[in-house]
Design a protein around this ligand. Sequence first.
Ligand code: FAD
Length: 554
Amino acid sequence: MKNSFSSIQRSVLLDDLSAKDLDLLVIGGGITGAGTALDAQTRGMKTGLIDMQDFAAGTSSRSTKLVHGGLRYLKQLEVKLVAEVGKERAVVYENAPHVTTPQWMLLPLIRGGTFGKFTTSAGLAVYDRLAGVSRNERRLMLKKQQTVEKEPLLRRDGLKGAGYYVEYRTDDARLTLEVIKKAVEQGAKAVNYVKAEEFLYESGKVAGVRAVDQLTGESRDIRAKKIINAAGPWVDDLREKDQSKQGKQLHLTKGVHITIDNSRFPLQQAVYFDAPDGRMVFAIPREGKTYVGTTDTHFKGNPVHPRMTVEDRDYLLRAIDYMFPGINVRPEDVESSWAGVRPLIHEEGRSPSEISRKDEIFHSDSGLITIAGGKLTGYRKMAERVVDLAAEELEKEGAGLYSKSRTDRIRLSGGKVGGSREFSNFVGEKIREGTTIGLTSNQAEKLAIRYGSNVERLYDILRTTGEEAPHYGLPKSVFAMVVYAIEEEMTAKPSDFFIRRTGALFFHIDWVHKWKAPVTAYMAQRLHWTEEEKQMMLKELEQRVEEATIPLDS
Ligand code: FAD
């Protein structure tokens, strides 16, 4: 039987997870845990994964949404990091072209700015070499006139030209989901809203967790030979529970992004630019909006729902004003926002932006393996390293023999589109097919781009149950997405759907308002919620909307 990832089957899956003796349990369903589960499962380990929230609800849905080499780390001479993550861009793109899109980036050169002409040209050339960039994507240096042709909104004052180079845009939450879905397809068991509350030990060695289902309150034990702590900003909480929080610790910093409609900030070209304080900020056009970020400030408190403050918003508005004078973006133009917490490894005396983005593995006496730091982009290599360690130990303990990592060649869920080169042909074909089952070309295109080869399943849903859509007050395309989200992506709450399955909270807040009631009503029916539960779910979604749209005073 196909391994299920349906929210209707959630409690059965959880029973299954606790009934089995796993080789490896991963705590945390962000990109690090997702990658680890896929790597382990495909090397022959019986693998489980739990997350106390929805998958990717931590930092992995709150990033700048770039699969990138981290050009600015070159300035900090982090050559190895840049080389590794730079090369990873191509791997992620090839294995999941539906969630990764090449994005030419403009790096304006301003008199007195971070990058001079010579250093930019040389730096980008080194970047191309380190990242093994293909010939047609190598950097170009643009003159002032060429630069303003690419982006007419840029300031002219002090502008000397620009570097022009390729990064990749992604949907971080969907990338995480596609990795988990692939792991599940390969036999891993993954369940969201399950918290590792405490560790279980045998002869002083960690042998499992007491896990609490956050939706029902039920508690159960999950046993595994190895436990990987991939809890992002929470890794130290778990190390504390394991009494192994010694030596290096996390340093949390917060990063905020804001979204503005194209009608107010009609950016046509992604730009990586200097803020007035010399930090660098991205402005990226996407789906009729422009998003700008990030800030980078020390963070204290609970990282579950970090929020934008008035100060964060105004910092980003000042940065826009500095590089794009004349468009006069105002606070009321900010339609949405998100804030994420970086799980960085503390370095004494360094400011948030100076702290390295390198990942590290901590190994406790109890056997708990913790992995933290790093980038979305480098998730696959991080996973490989941590699973190498687990495999080595399991082998020593006589638990089995495991093959080498092969995730560089594994297409993620939805990635069977004939490779990156064929992706646009694939989308063309799916548009034609979609129009034969009652979708507009625009709707079909959006579905094909978002779901890749899994669009087949959405089309099947429409073919078999599409007539039900009007009954729920939903257009066919939205209906297909909700059914798919419940049956194939373990969507347990409306907020999961509007934030991490569709990104609508960040990029189409009007869409959330328009569809929140019918989507919730449909989910209530499929997941057997009482009226009270349904109202609670709606309220929770509205709370998330408030957090995204109303800044805190401080
Ligand atoms: P998380 O995504 O936070 O996942 C950890 C998970 O563990 C959470 O979902 C949490 O619910 C779960 N968890 C915690 N405790 C428990 C428990 N007790 N039981 C069960 N589950 C638990 N990287 C890039 O490559 N490109 C970018 O453009 C980029 N931009 C960024 C911008 C910002 C503002 C930030 C903050 C980061 C950015 N990064 C970027 C870095 C990247 O987003 C992170 O490195 C990455 O998402 C971290 O993933 P993670 O899985 O380690 O942590």
